[in-house]
Structures are given as C-alpha cells and as structure tokens.
Design a protein around this ligand. Sequence first.
Ligand code: B12
Ligand code: SF4
Length: 599
Amino acid sequence: MQHINGLTKKMIIDIDFGFAYHAHKSSIPTATHTRPKSILKQPKVIVIAQNQPLDNDAHLRRKLADAEARAERQSHRFPGLDLPALQKEVHRNLLSSLLFLDGRYMDLLDLMNYVKNGRRMPEITPENVSRHYSLANSVTLNGIYLYRYLSSHGYDPIIVQNYATADLHDLFVEEPLAVCISSNFIFMNDIHEIAGAIKDLAPHVPVIAGGMLIKKVLNAGDRFSQQTLDFMAGFCGRVDAFVVEAMGEATLVRLLAAIREGRGIESVPNLAYFNQQGRMVFTPREAEEIHMDETAIEWDRIPMQYLRPILPVNTSRGCFYRCRFCTYHWLFPEVHYKSMDVLKQELKKIDTLGVVRHVRFTDDNFTANKGRMKAVLEMMIAEGFGFSWSSFARASALRPDLARLMKSSGCEFVDLGLESGSQTILNAMDKRLKKEQSLEAIRMLNDEGIESRGSFIVGYPGETEATFSETIEFINQSGLPYYHPYLFYYTGNTLVHQDRECLGLQGLGLAWRHHTMDSGLASRLMARMPEQINRSFTDGQAYVEEIYKLLRGEGYSQEEIRELFRLKRALQLSIKGVRPGESHSKAETILSKLETLVR
Ligand code: B12
Ligand code: SF4
C-alpha cells in the first residue's frame, strides 16, 4: 500500500463512501479506497474565492485583534522593539482616522445604510444584503478563473464568490471531492476558521488552500522560523494541503487527480502538507508556466449566477518595474501579455452578454507598456464596446493622446500609484516617477473627466515629518479627486528588505522602525490626513474605486459620489471635535444633507 504522509494502517479509518482517511489529520485518501461512482463522473469541487464581510465593523475589529496576536507571537524576534505596543499604537491611530458613529466604525456604504435605515445600522444578512449598499456581491477573477480551468479539466466546480454570504450546509448536500480556499482575498486566520467550519461539517472532505498569500507565507519552505511553524501547526487537521505557487492551477489539477485516484500526493510538486507527526513537509518546487492566452475566460460559458454588471478581466501578468516596496514583481518577475486577438474575443464575449456595464482590468500594471496600451485602447474604440472600464495606472505612462484614447474607450476611473509627494522618497523607492509627472497625469485625467484615486505610502524608510508634509501639500495642490494612504507595510518579499541593515529597518507588517521614523509616528501623521486634506477624499477603510463603481451602478452621478465622500469627511471631523455633553448640531446638519442625497 502506498501511504500518503507516511500513514500506517492503524491510523487510518474507513468511512461510509469508500475513502480511507487519516483519523484526525489528513483527509486526503490513500491508495486503499474504492471510488464512489459520483466521484468518477465530473467530481464536484468547491472553490471559495472571497470573504467579503457583511459587518465591516466586526471584521475590522477582528483583523486588528489578529494582527495584535501576531505581533505578540513574533515580538521576541525583535529585541529592542516593543512590537505588541507598536502594533497597538498603530491601530489606535488608524482607528482615529475613521468615521466612528453610534459605537461603530463605518465606511461610506455603512454610513449610507445607516442614514437610509432611519439612522440605525441595519443588520445585514445574506438574505437581505442585496437591499443594502454592500461590496459583498462583488466578483473577483480567482474564482471565475478556477471555474474555467477546473471545468476544462473534467471537474464540476462550484464557486463561492463570498464565503460570508454562503450557506455551507447547502453546499455540502452533495459531497464534494475537495474544497479549495483561495488566499488571494482571504487572510490566514479566516482560512483557519473557514477550514475548521468545513471540517466540522464534513471531516473527511479534503481542504486545499492556495493562491497568493499561501505562496507568500509558505515560500520559505523548510527555512521557516519556529514561530511560523508553530502558527502553521494550527492548520493541521483543518487544511490538508497547501499549494505553494503563484499560479497553482496546474498543481491543483494534479493534486485533485491524486485525491480522486487515491494516489499519494508526495509526487505532486509545489505542495506543503502535514506528516503523521503533524510536521509540515514540502514537495519539490516546479514553477508553472504562464500562457496568458490560455487564461482567457469564455464568458458565455460561465453560469449566469457567477456574472455581475461589473466584471474583472486580466490582460497581462507581472510588472517590469522594481519599486522597492512592492511584492507584485516578486510574484511575477516577467511580464506576460494576452495576445490582442484573444483579448478582443474575450471582451466581445463580455459585451454580448448584455449584462455588463463595467470592466475592471486587474493587471498589475495595465498602463506600463505605452505601445501595448495604445493598441488595446484603439482596439476597444474600434469595437465600440458598451461597457466603461477602470484599472491600475502608472502616472509616468500617461500622455495627453493616451488619456484621450482612454476616455474614448470608456475609461471612467484609474488607480494611480503615486506613493509620495516627495521626490526624495520617490527616488528611495526606485519608483521611477517624477513628482511633476504625477501632477501632469492628474491634470490630464481631470481634463478628460476621468476620476482617479492616488495611493500614497506613509513611512517608507527615509520618510520624515518634512517629506510627509510634502505629500500633504502635493495632494492639496494636485486636484486629485480621491486618495488612499497606506501605512508602509514591511515584508521580507520586497527589495527594501535587502537594505534593512543600512536603513535600520526592523519589525514586521505595520509594526516597524527605521532610522527616520517608526510606525507609531507614521500612523499618527496618517491619522491627520483627513483634517489636512480638504479637496481630495478618502474612505479610510474601503477602496474608493470599489465604492465608486457600486454607486455609479446604483445611478449616482460622479458629482453626487464626490459629495457623499465630502459629507462623510465633514461628518467625521465634526464628530471628532465634539466633547461629551456638547451639541452635535453640525453633525446633525450633515446627516440631514446625507438624508436628502442617499436613495
Ligand atoms: C486586482 C487586484 C485587486 C482588486 C480586485 C478587483 C476585482 N474585483 O477583481 C482590488 C483592488 C479590489 C484588490 C483588493 C485587495 N487586494 Co488585491 N490584487 C489584485 C491583483 C493586482 C490582481 C488579481 C487578479 O485578478 N489576478 C488575475 C487572476 C486570474 O488571477 P489570481 O486572482 O491571481 O488567481 C490565480 C492564482 O492566484 C491561483 N489561485 C487563486 N486562488 C487559488 C486557490 C487554490 C487552492 C489554488 C491552487 C490556486 C489559486 O489561480 C489563479 C490563476 O493562476 C493582485 C496582484 C497579483 N499580481 O496577483 C492583488 C492581490 C491579489 N491583492 C492582494 C491584497 C492583499 C488585497 C487586499 C487584501 C488589500 C487590502 N489590504 O485591502 C484587498 C482585499 C479586497 C477583498 N476583496 O477582500 C494580495 C493578496 C495576497 C496577500 N494577502 O498578501 C495580492 C497578491 C497583491 C499583493 N500585495 O501581492 N485587489
Ligand atoms: S508598484 Fe506598480 S509599477 Fe511598481 S513594481 Fe509594483 S506593480 Fe510595478
């Protein structure tokens, strides 16, 4: 008998439908099982793509608690740095920059639901979510892509677009061959919880986790720190196999075949799983090849229940820039493009569905290659597609002729990675962007009536209070409609990590220190941004562009959306200024204005 994970017969129990499983750890079958008929024919595979919360306040508080627990776990690695205290200070500061009303932290959509519901927060449930403003029904490409890939490899995939709105019992009425959890939009602690819930319901169904975060967390393989090993040990008995590959779909199909045929999984590359001692073991790595044309989605073959009026489309993978804070080029160091004809056919299929009004290009850097971008835009104009579109964009790539083509081809919103208003910091990041180019890009987009959001990193090594002031000044002078500040996030998968010694950089995630600043000060500065920036708006919590698209779909005009963000900021500042016992008259006026605007 070929043993998976080195199991012995004593450790294996046989259960109802013929699989032999490890009693408490792995649910991946051994070679001894007999296959039930239903599994021989198009086996069902569940893919969980996202976990978009219904209750943002609860989700936020949990995320912060998880980060604080992580800081406690890792603190001894950084003697001289009080990691838990720093993490808590960062959280206090970040929370102080959010709208806090009636005991809850609210994003704009929460505020709109609150106002619409007679100034009470409605309880949003999977049943009533479509009657409220919520991002819970949005679609990401990971699920759709895996649907397409698994269907074409003989499986019957069921996509859970959002775990928060799914009914697990319903999904398990018919036993699946396996459940796959994507870590692209689901964090480790949530994976832990979701996998646990699945095991409670169907202990013998193998749970597989893969996607980007798994690649990031497990990439170090055997070179893990003891703390990471201890943390990962908590997944034993919950997740049966991790796919450690930035792509991972080819590995997944090999793994599913091994499960289906009752073979051992040791021969499948790119895996991590627990052996019988509960220790994590790794199979050899084998990088998967990227063939972009094969990733095109035949949208007319995707079941209606997975389609939405706003759909994501990917035209390329990777980025040829090497910004020192970014992990995108670590995941995909080379750029791969879909051929123009394949892309055209894909977009045509979307257009003929008749239900799609907006396409969100999810490329790492949609505008990086000017020649390619021009060709894509000209193709879209020639086809006269009926949908508008949005994407990430590089300010240095924009020129007036391109901006005009963007507008004519239906561009409505772009996310600009502007990062800083200080040239010194831009240079330190190796952003290859001049401050003037950023200003010029914003002006061009404004001239064309294309909305934009600039993202900024606060606290990058070298940042001082003076460089931060330059960013504030930049935003205030630029005419940028929306901005989003990110606190510098320190991870080992970035180029700046290589310079840690000369920068004095230590810590991890949002709790760090370097020669010119620590994240306590950086988050304090960041928390002041809503007060200091009065003509450009941010949500603070949710992505402006996601909210923007949703509200456009609900019939709000660009001006109305801007006004909603403006009122939210005004409300936030007016509440903050009021001491207990003082009158809330200003807040009252703003809430009344919101009541006339929210439909
Ligand atoms: C577009 C994008 C977004 C868009 C999504 C818009 C939309 N509606 O689709 C927006 C801006 C909303 C977004 C938000 C966030 N994002 Co984002 N995003 C991306 C981006 C640039 C592309 C994703 C994409 O569509 N790729 C194309 C599709 C076809 O491929 P894919 O999704 O990568 O899936 C492939 C593989 O991952 C694999 N796979 C996926 N799941 C699984 C599961 C199993 C079991 C297996 C075997 C394989 C597998 O199969 C697919 C085919 O190869 C990636 C960067 C990148 N280079 O990938 C980041 C990325 C996915 N995002 C990331 C993050 C962190 C976030 C946020 C959590 C950021 C934040 N702090 O708020 C939020 C989460 C929002 C949410 N919904 O929960 C990380 C995820 C990893 C991580 N956690 O560190 C990435 C990798 C960027 C990074 N920093 O490195 N994002
Ligand atoms: S920040 Fe943007 S341009 Fe820079 S490497 Fe990352 S994806 Fe490329």
